[in-house]
Ligand binder design. Sequence first.
Ligand code: ADP
Ligand code: MG
Length: 340
Amino acid sequence: MQLSKIGEFGLIKKLRAKCKNIPPEILAGIGDDAAAIKQGNIKILITTDMMIEGIHFDPSFTTFYQLGHKFLAVNISDIFAMGGKPKYFFTSIGIPKNYKSEDIDELYSGIFKIAGKFGVAIAGGDTCTSKKGLILSGTLIGSADRIITRAGAKAGDGIFVTSTLGDSAMGLMLLKSQKSEVRSQKFKNKNRNLKFKTRNSKLETLNSRSVLPLIKKHLTPEPVPLRNTSKVSSMIDISDGLLIDLSHICDESRVGAVIYKDKVPVSGELVNTAKALKADPLNFALKGGEDYALLFTASPDIKTTAFKIGEIVKSGRFIIDENGRKRKFKPEGYEHFKRK
Ligand code: ADP
Ligand code: MG
């Protein structure tokens, strides 16, 4: 069977079925943002994520500093998605022979910056050569008093997201379309003086105000934990896109969902840029990945600053558009093996 047929999620489902005899101390295993393991009174969280050159990042428009930042940030986001606190990070790297040690210094300065911000210690890793491209594999250990999985959503719960969506996907599209212009800034700017040159006159007028924040969100996402999780029934971070990640909650919780298109929050920067490009910002917000916002369900009386975008129902997955029309949604977004 071709992997492109079953996709990343079909493959994980097959692998999950093979992993039997799960001991009782594994509170959450394959199928969540992180594994949760009980050791005495302590609940440990463990998550692992890879970043591969050419798949997850393009060094022609990503500095090593930004890459280091994102490498740890995406792992932190998975710990936050379980309601946890990140603690110890293991960094395994496969490096092509032609890379310089300064490149790796830059990578680690990005890692250390965000590690310092979130109180994470680097506790180990592995180093080897790679035949082609830089390979990063990070494992982050955390802990939580109350574990929140993807499996607790109940009919009647509200569906919430913690921030605007779609910025990162638009940022990536802009970077890809302007590849050569950004290339020359490699190493020089870190994050501080990020510049964006464009030959698209429509975008030029938006440059500093709208375009840069979108690019920044893509290159250096900043995960934000949910402070009060007492009424939260399920949670996931949005790494592959709202529709895919909400589908994961529906699958694991065995429920359905209804979301309202006009309630999905989008930033002014995304709206302005999409307008200039004659694109639909909601398309980026629904199907674009890597926002690393949290998507959670909770009893509707929860007091929260998060945006309510819909409700959990017994079955079916629906989106209601701005004219009140209801249609089924599919888990469209980013899935490995399914894209070229
Ligand atoms: P996330 O996007 O939050 O990082 P993934 O979609 O990568 O989550 O993974 C979903 C679940 O599948 C996780 O529990 C992860 O540990 C598990 N998983 C992914 N790949 C494998 C694999 N090759 N073997 C076992 N479990 C896997
Ligand atoms: Mg996740």
